[in-house]
Unconditional design. Sequence first.
Length: 159
Amino acid sequence: MASRKSWREKLSDSKDLPKVVALKGNARKHWGGGTMAIPSPLEVNDLMAHVPAGKLITINEIRRMVARKHRADIGCPLTCGIFSWIAAHAAEEDAVAGKERITPYWRTLKSNGELNPKYPGGIEQQKNRLESEGPRIIQKEKKYYVEEYESCLIKNLDR
């Protein structure tokens, strides 16, 4: 029986990514562009890793940066979301292993400033980590958001 891959192994498994694909038919209409950049997991992790304390990034910003880097019309929403989740779990795996410098995944929000319940420790852990860095978290119905998150957003990661 094959052993289960660690989160770090999943993060490092780029397969044939990154790549740019042509959108056709309904996908072209739906996304409003002709090409989509599909990043590697490590690309998404790298963007997340460079968000400094006091700043935030959303999946939509990651998608824009991926598209710009690969000269595509859009960045893939599905893989950017999945790879941010893998990066978060790999970072937590590193923390458990005693590493002090990990990807600050808690600074990556869903597209509308919402906290991500799929990150390690769920909403509570992301909320606690964010609040320790300054942002105020508010609850709207059953979801949690960073209040006025737009004022803390990073639009570019110059490296």
